[in-house]
Design a protein around this ligand. Structure first.
Ligand SMILES: C[S@@+](CC[C@H](N)C(=O)[O-])C[C@H]1O[C@@H](n2cnc3c(N)ncnc32)[C@H](O)[C@@H]1O
Length: 222
């Protein structure tokens, strides 16, 4: 059976990607393959937000032949795909109402997989997460790609890495507070820990686990 990585490479010509272009690291494709392989033949509803030329859309469409793949991008005219199980919709990840309208129209019964590979800017990523996570079905996964932009000094909300420190000495003399790099997407991904660890304090429920690998965070819904 053709692997996700093989399909990704085969899709590059269909989508008009320059030969050898680095756009999705092999480790991402391996991670997705591990997570997707059990459900390959199911009829799923899969949403990708941020599709560029459509190379991952096409990859998903061929990898999940019985599923519907919905791609959302603010600039959808650059997409070149050929699989008939792809639907492309124009949308902005910062537009909560617009996203809700898209999800209501295309996945009224919920989504099985959501992948956010759009702006990689924390505020927009958080807004998109808050608007669309409610549509994810129970037990299913929401992926946020490229969160390391928070370490990039030249990214709009990134900053050069600063080593973490302990501060605020408690009554027993131990430093109580660990302050760590919390810029942009790095700060956002770290804040998802609170959704797992302190849901009652935030008065939210819904996140059962958070898995972080270099470049991808996977949030699993209760
Ligand atoms: C890294 S590319 C996506 C690559 C694609 N997922 C792939 O692997 O083939 C990022 C895409 O996100 C889109 N994007 C950026 N900001 C966006 C926003 N606020 N709303 C919707 N799409 C956005 C860009 O137009 C671009 O096509």
């Amino acid at each position: 059976m053709t692997s996700l990585t093989e399909i990704w490479h085969m899709s590059s010509e269909i989508c008009g990607a320059p030969k050898g272009e680095f756009s999705k690291p092999p480790s991402y494709l391996d991670f997705y393959e591990k997570n997707f392989s059990d459900r390959r033949n199911e009829a799923l509803k899969i949403i990708e937000i941020g599709v560029f030329r459509g190379q991952f859309l096409e990859t998903l469409a061929q990898y999940f032949p019985n599923s519907s793949i919905i791609g959302i991008d603010q600039l959808p005219d650059r997409v070149h795909t050929q699989s008939s199980n792809i639907t492309l919709v124009k949308g902005d990840q910062a537009d909560r109402e617009g996203l809700r309208a898209i999800f209501d129209a295309y996945v009224p019964d919920g989504a099985d997989i959501i992948i956010d590979d759009a702006s990689h800017v924390a505020e927009l990523t958080q807004s998109c997460f808050e608007a669309t996570f409610p549509y994810l079905k129970s037990g299913c996964d929401y992926y946020v790609e490229d969160w390391a932009t928070g370490y990039w000094p030249d990214w709009p909300d990134g900053r050069r890495f600063a080593a973490p420190t302990f501060s605020e000495i408690g009554a027993d003399g131990f430093p109580t507070r660990r302050t760590s790099h919390d810029f942009g997407m790095v700060g956002l991904i770290k804040s998802f820990v609170d959704l797992v660890g302190a849901p009652e304090k935030l008065q939210v429920t819904g996140l059962s686990s958070l898995q972080i690998i270099p470049g991808i965070a996977k949030l699993t819904k209760l």
